[in-house]
Design a protein around this ligand. Structure first.
Ligand SMILES: Cc1cc2nc3c(=O)[nH]c(=O)nc-3n(C[C@H](O)[C@H](O)[C@H](O)COP(=O)(O)OP(=O)(O)OC[C@H]3O[C@@H](n4cnc5c(N)ncnc54)[C@H](O)[C@@H]3O)c2cc1C
Length: 395
């Protein structure tokens, strides 16, 4: 692994740090530090304006090739970008599903026409996307997806239900895994990856109230919803490989930004422990030290993976990433509440005004579920990385 920052990298660090200092002020001061875990619903309009500002100044899609509106930045500079963004307390990105999941998918699997139509809206920060995979009976078992799409009169007509769709309530488009062949065996062969406009009569969104009191995700019902015939990525019935490709892009350099966010949370916890005396308690000192070590391990594992030290394809090491960070972050939530002590049980205001660490704690309960539950991650590690026998599957 060779992650050393050159003089040019350090010049880049200065450039992005200055841009953030100059711009996260004035009308954007309000979004500083907002929109993190459990706070995703906050200040959507203001954070969308911020996303567009980033887009206008060329800070969205920094890793994309220049021909697709990106900066084609090398890995070192992507790392620096995410580090400085989190250090400056840049807000949670409303465009992250478009930028981090859909755009790389279109660049990899899309047609020239799809690239031309969909990438500019993401790079400008204008278009907001959500991910329509999970259904009431298809979560871990995505291949069981039942939402149907049929070609009628030259367009897709979609019927079915998705659930837990993050950001559905404020998204313009959704990439939806649909069944386009009812008979296909095995069942993942009959799926297609269709780009569906959210703002149409055939799409009904019912927000789900979460433990934080907000609704970051929703149920989405498709009742004769329409999509253009050409808006299938990866070809009709070719959706499985595309859907799996999208999941792989979740492991990009932005995981390093996530770690800086975690670092901000850990520092807040340490500050509270210093103030309330828990930092002198050997048990808390040990738990805080363990959290600090866990964060460094995540960083070095991510750098090892991203620097290609294990070869062009992500190696076995990449398979531990989700399980490790999710479990670590869930434990950090518990540590935060324990360090706060009795204060953790008191709201900042009536009726349900949670502070940042309370939100974080409640949201971390979901870390070990979304983007592949811990049990599924363990199956992946045991079967694919360690070559253990496959778990029995239904015929
Ligand atoms: C905060 C949050 C945001 C989300 N955002 C989105 C989104 O934007 N778009 C989207 O499509 N989905 C989203 N999801 C849904 C998420 O992808 C699913 O919750 C997840 O895939 C698990 O599926 P499930 O909830 O149906 O649980 P199930 O798959 O029913 O699993 C239930 C339990 O059984 C275990 N289990 C299942 N299969 C196995 C197995 N083979 N071996 C061992 N154990 C097993 C699981 O680990 C889990 O503990 C989100 C979820 C959360 C919590």
């Amino acid at each position: 692994m060779n992650i050393r920052f050159s003089e040019e990298d350090e010049r880049f660090r200065k450039e992005i740090a200055e841009w953030l200092a100059d711009n996260l002020t004035g009308e954007f001061a309000v979004v500083k530090g907002r929109g993190g875990p459990g706070d995703e619903h906050a200040l959507f309009e203001e954070r969308h304006a911020w996303e567009k500002k980033m887009g206008a100044d060329g800070w969205v899609g920094i890793a994309f090739p220049k021909e697709h509106g990106g900066r084609d930045l090398p890995l070192n500079q992507q790392v620096i970008f995410y580090e400085e963004y989190a250090r400056a307390k840049g807000p949670g990105r409303v465009g992250h599903i478009g930028e981090g999941l859909l755009a790389p998918t279109i660049i990899h699997f899309g047609t020239a026409e799809q690239k031309k139509r969909f990438l500019p809206g993401i790079v400008s920060g204008e278009t907001i996307w959500c991910q329509g995979y999970s259904e009431p009976n298809a979560g871990s078992d995505l291949a069981n997806c039942q939402t149907r799409a049929e070609l009628v009169g030259g367009e897709w007509v979609i019927n079915g239900q998705k659930v837990w769709t993050s950001g559905a309530a404020w998204s313009d488009w959704c990439f939806v895994v649909c069944r386009t062949d009812q008979e296909a065996q095995p069942k993942h062969r009959g799926l297609s990856y269709i780009l569906v406009p959210m703002k149409q009569d055939g799409v009904e969104i019912r927000p789900i109230e979460q433990i934080t009191g907000d609704s970051e995700f929703s149920e989405v019902f498709f009742n004769d919803a329409k999509a253009a015939e050409e808006d299938v990525v990866g070809g009709v019935n070719g959706g499985w490989k595309v859907a799996m490709g999208t999941l792989a892009f979740e492991r990009g350099a932005s995981t390093l930004g996530q770690q800086m966010l975690f670092n901000n949370e850990l520092e807040t916890i340490i500050e509270i422990a210093r103030k309330n005396g828990k930092a002198k308690d050997p048990v808390y000192r040990q738990r805080i030290a363990d959290a600090w070590i866990g964060l460094r391990l995540q960083r070095y594992n991510a750098l090892r993976m991203l620097s290609g030290a294990e070869g062009a394809e992500p190696g076995r090491e990449s398979m531990i990433t989700k399980l490790f960070w999710a479990t670590w972050h869930r434990d950090l939530g518990k540590l935060a509440m324990d360090v706060m002590g009795a204060d953790a049980e008191v709201m900042d205001g009536a009726p349900y005004d949670l502070n940042m660490l309370q939100r974080m704690y409640l949201f971390t309960r979901s870390d070990t579920i979304y983007a592949g539950s811990n049990q599924i991650q363990r199956n992946i590690i045991s079967e694919r990385a360690l070559g253990m026998p496959r778990e029995p599957r239904p015929a």
